[in-house]
Write a protein that binds this ligand. Structure first.
Ligand SMILES: C[S@@+](CC[C@H](N)C(=O)[O-])C[C@H]1O[C@@H](n2cnc3c(N)ncnc32)[C@H](O)[C@@H]1O
Length: 263
């Protein structure tokens, strides 16, 4: 499909990497010179255009994470792609999954969940802050993913989730152990719970609460991604890496058989 006015495109060239909205008559400034919006509109994704300084820039379809990281609004700390990817796999998220998430925050994780539950799944996103819900809604609109998300302004620790029989619940909030009873009630009997917390102090409370609530296969991990340079004469890891974002604690809900009557 050709590139239309209003589409977001990813520009990739020598030292150039940015997401821009294509507008008729616009002049797009890059560190390698100017590109005319009119040179992009109507062409196929993948074309190479030349900047005013003669550099080549590729015009590509952005990933949802490209758009979120560059254009998404933020009112909270967010879950980054390296952790979001692990959450998707660990929670078994796929087309048709029904999943709840609290808090929605800026909606970064919500958007990734929505992308993967399509076309017939649903994400139920909860937050107790109105500005979070508003920002998440805007980010989902930016990506065209609203259809797969119900956003709810609600405190999940005190008021609970409205859904039952969910395949997975994702918690990214300061005190997730307080939401554990509600999350358990919302999950199907062997549903998957994923909790994301940044500190070990929180981890200990989470693990204790999950084991106490009958969760099995309780695992914890953190994700380190080490990017490498890909210059043919310099293939080696980058000098600096992101050292820490958060820990993922993952477990499966169970149900205990009813106690045997005593003789
Ligand atoms: C770190 S942010 C979540 C970021 C989000 N995962 C993202 O990727 O954009 C934490 C959010 O949890 C919300 N929160 C905290 N406690 C909550 C509760 N009991 N019920 C609902 N939302 C809660 C906060 O309002 C905040 O917006």
């Amino acid at each position: 499909m050709p590139i239309r006015e209003g589409d977001y495109v990813l520009l990739v060239g020598d030292g150039v990497r940015s997401v821009i909205k294509v507008v008729k008559g616009s002049r797009i400034n890059t560190i390698r010179g100017i590109i005319n919006g009119d040179d992009i509109i109507g062409n196929e994704y993948g074309i190479i255009v030349r900047t005013s300084l003669g550099y080549e820039v590729a015009i590509l379809r952005p990933l949802i994470t490209d758009i979120l990281l560059e254009r998404g609004g933020r009112v909270t700390q967010v879950i980054y792609p390296k952790d979001a990817a692990q959450i998707i796999i660990s929670a078994g998220i796929g087309p048709g999954s029904k999943v709840a998430e609290a808090g929605v925050g800026s909606g970064f994780m919500t958007a990734v969940l929505a992308y993967y539950v399509r076309p017939d799944g649903k994400v139920y996103g909860y937050d107790k802050r109105e500005d979070s819900i508003r920002t998440a809604r805007r980010n989902l609109e930016l990506l065209g993913l609203n259809e797969w998300v119900e956003l709810r302004l609600r405190d999940v620790s005190t008021e609970g989730f409205l859904e039952k029989e969910l395949d997975a619940v994702i918690l990214d909030m300061g005190d997730p152990w307080n939401a554990l009873p509600s999350a358990t009630e919302a999950l199907r009997t062997d549903g998957i719970l994923v909790i994301y917390v940044p500190t070990v102090n929180q981890v200990i409370k989470v693990i204790t609460a999950m084991k106490g609530a009958g969760y099995v296969n309780v695992r914890m991990l953190d994700v380190t991604v080490r990017e490498w340079k890909t210059e043919p004469n310099e293939v080696r890891p980058h000098t600096w890496i992101n050292a820490h974002t958060g820990f993922l604690i993952i477990g499966r809900r169970t149900i205990r058989p009813a106690a045997q009557p005593t003789e």
